[in-house]
Design a binder for this molecule. Sequence first.
Ligand SMILES: N[C@@H](CCC(=O)N[C@@H](CS)C(=O)NCC(=O)O)C(=O)O
Length: 199
Amino acid sequence: MRLFHSPGSCSIGIRVLLEHVQAPYELVTIATARGDHRKPEYLALNPKGKVPAFELDDGNLLTEFPVIAQWIARNFSAARLLPGDQLGELRALELLEYIVSSLHMRGAVFLLRPEKFSAEAPAQEDLRQHGREVLTEGFPMLSKRLGDSEFFFDGFTIVDAAAFYLLNWKDRVGMVLPAKLEAYHQRLLKLPAVQHALA
Ligand SMILES: N[C@@H](CCC(=O)N[C@@H](CS)C(=O)NCC(=O)O)C(=O)O
């Protein structure tokens, strides 16, 4: 299996999951900062020009964080990366979607990369403001949802891997996390899988 990954990007969350289940995989660096993701060789493989992308042993390429994360959860089921009961699983997928589709794509992306959507300075400022609002509302919501628990569900799940990459951008988005969320981020940073993924 091969993971197409860019340092500092959301693909670190998939790396954390692969390290957590101790999957054998090859890491291929696609540095978005250098524009590797727009190069013809990568676009031929993944026309979306995004990371993460995950190539299975049979050559199939999976994209989209929640899909790759679910593939890992299903294929390394002993690691219990999703709650075992149906409602628990749906609650985990609901939170995963919120982190990826709202907090990442409409929060962090609008705040950090408004030029992707408009070349006009006032529109960019509106986008930044919208992104800031999404995160300002979202971080306390996550913190409340977490409460005093170690993880969002019983044990480490794919939700924690997504939360990890998002919280890792706290300095980039210039936000101070609510205390419980900050303590959770510090706990995640100490996990062996996270340490290996960051190494
Ligand atoms: N919805 C996608 C988002 C992937 C995404 O936006 N990845 C970013 C890195 S965090 C990327 O590849 N950015 C390069 C670009 O958009 O040009 C997913 O869930 O995987």
